[in-house]
Design a protein around this ligand. Sequence first.
Ligand SMILES: [Zn+2]
Length: 377
Amino acid sequence: MLPDIENLLKLQVADKEIRRLQEEIAELPKRVALIEQKLAGTKAQLEKAQASVKADEVARRKHDSTINDLRGKISKYRDQSLDVKTNEQYKALLGEIQFAEKEIAATEDKILELMVNADTRDKEVKAAQAELKEETAEIEKEKEQARQRTTEDEKQLTEWRGKRDQLRTGVDEDLLRQYERVSKFRGSGIAEVRDHKCMGCQVILRPQTYNDVRNGGKIVYCDSCQRVMYTNPAEELVEQKPITHRAKRHHPKIDAAQAWYYRSEFGDTGEVYLCLTNNGGQASRRIYEIHTGRLIGDIIIREGNYRQAFPEDITGAIRLNGEWSEEELDAWGTEAPMVVLDSLYADLELARHEMQARTTAKHESPASVAPTEQAAS
Ligand SMILES: [Zn+2]
């Protein structure tokens, strides 16, 4: 793995932690506010219960004074009754007295009702007070915890920021800029490649891109999400296992009239497929760029079979399975069709896995066991 990739992965861990801590710090006051809101509800309940008690007390005082007034009236009527001259006057006063007495009885009933209610009111107030006390204690505890948490988070945040700044100095400037730009918009700037897929955006990589990432020789960005890509060797091993257990790869015949080869570079072109064909004592050579299928240069024809005619092209190349007629090759013109490229690429992958499996088995370097062609002697 490239040191820059390793540093970016560490940087990503630091960035994620910093983001998590910042979010947590921002979240804590909200949690406290939520508890305080609940506390305000309990306070309002208590105030309502206390207001009811007060209202009852006012009503009670009013009733008491009503009764006093009525008693005063009755006493006045009794005094007057001593001085009445007629029976009718006496009756009228007696009626007034009876009426006042009824009023007193009704008011006394109301007072009794208030006294009964007072018990319930009292319980309500006490319950609300107890709840408020409990909630206040709880919120104080929560607030204290939030304070401690914030302090701890801020301490960690400072540490992680220090680590991040340190890590940033270890990454190439352009790469860092790209990583941070993508991070800002997508939340992460580096993505693992697994199963030929960018795990950042789930888009399947082109075969060449996948190989570049897997080889780990250079920094590769995802075409789709622009994240820096890397492969996890442990995951890759898991992925390769079933491939090594696949049916044995069909090997091309040594004396076939047509042979396809892969070369990792050819002149200025980079990766190419070579198509060598024997035809009536002559050999022809076509070269195709492996991603676009573009025909590179002219078709070269030389005397003899292709092993004699093009030994320098064959040396170090990987022999592939593939056979198409001369008419088909002509029909392609300057571009090999996608289906041909796919078929050759699939075989190239198999050949590579085969080489790797052998390397692993023999604990030798790939070069010494690679099924590459040797120059014809
Ligand atoms: Zn992507």
